[in-house]
Design a protein around this ligand. Sequence first.
Ligand SMILES: Nc1ncnc2c1ncn2[C@@H]1O[C@H](COP(=O)(O)OP(=O)(O)OP(=O)(O)O)[C@@H](O)[C@H]1O
Ligand SMILES: [Mg+2]
Length: 419
Amino acid sequence: MTGIIEDDSVKGLSVDIPPELRNDDFSRYLIDRMHQLEERNHILREQNHKIESEKRYAESQKIKFERDLRTLTNELERLKTSPLIVGTIVEVLENGKLIVRSSTGPQFVVGMSKFIKGSDLEPGAQVAMNQQTLAIVGVLPTSISALLKGVEVIESPDVDYVHIGGLDDQIRELREAVELPLTKPEAFTRIGIDPPNGVLLYGPPGTGKTMLAKAVANHTNTTFLRIVGSELVQKYIGEGARMVRELFKLAQDKTPSIIFIDELDSIGAKRYDGATAGDREVQRTLMQLLAEMDGFNSRGEVRLLAATNRLDILDNALLRPGRFDRFIEVPIPNQEARANILGIHTRNMALSKTIDFNYLAKITEGANGSELKAIATEAGMFAIRKDKDQVEVEDMECAISKVLFTKNSSNTVSEGMFV
Ligand SMILES: Nc1ncnc2c1ncn2[C@@H]1O[C@H](COP(=O)(O)OP(=O)(O)OP(=O)(O)O)[C@@H](O)[C@H]1O
Ligand SMILES: [Mg+2]
């Protein structure tokens, strides 16, 4: 029996068995002891379990922290690297070298990293260069030049001809002058004439000029580059002219395209002697525009469209044949057109059946398109205020007197302000 105690399995148990227990009692004692040991074993196993799961957790934490460390080290590296210089490729030479104009002005002959695909390196592409060696380390995406921030590139605007009321003649003329050369250039070749070079929309504010331009773009499925003339007036000398150049280049890259210069009068005003430095800069921008208009091929897929409120102050050079040679007047709507426009802007509104657009058109003499739109919205507001389900004639009348009265009174205020 003592042999059992000295057995390996219970080694370490230094039990001193008293002689009187070496019989039945002794076996009971052993069973007890075994129970105790089993319990202890159980506890130890549980602890082991716990520690192992803690170890697993610690390991996963370690992996996580290592990952964090890596990202932070990368970030630190990124922050510590010196900035790259932006340049534009001027020419690709045969020996693998390139001529690059850096953004500060001077030109350099530089090498490039071998990881760059040769096909990306075209003259005009923007590249990033190392500061010390000026070697090209990357090609920048040239979706739109940084210079042309003010240009709105609308792939296809959501205005349609049916949303424009009372301008059917203008729409027809515009389509002939802008759409036809894009969709049927062969018709012009057949007859042997050049389509109009540039089309100028002119007329009082709020009559739908900008809308017309957008509708054309929508119909022709072209890239529509819209820039407001005042965006071309820049702080530094020569920058406006450069923007004009880039604008035409961008249009050329994205053919078929329509360039739309809104509010042309801001750069196209008559040139005169004795101008200030600022005026001279605006005139330089205008001259660049004239040069670009001469340069681009009228049968090409770039059409030029502009809009202005003030035809009378535009420079004569802009208005001669060969530049803007098609003028489309967008007048204040007449009675029929007003009825049409009201119909367009109320097409989604809940209207009472008694509303007669002809009557409304009669009492809105002198209102332009944007005022008619405001009237429609205002009538809706009146109906909402009175908690009605639909807009009635009286709401329309209230809206008309509100919108047109505000217009008239603001006119008198502004006239009075400058006496
Ligand atoms: N003929 C029209 N048919 C329908 N809506 C019109 C019409 N004319 C103007 N509108 C409404 O007036 C708003 C302003 O029109 P738009 O921006 O085309 O005017 P604009 O002639 O370009 O004015 P501005 O000379 O001040 O730039 C349009 O968003 C449209 O809701
Ligand atoms: Mg406009």
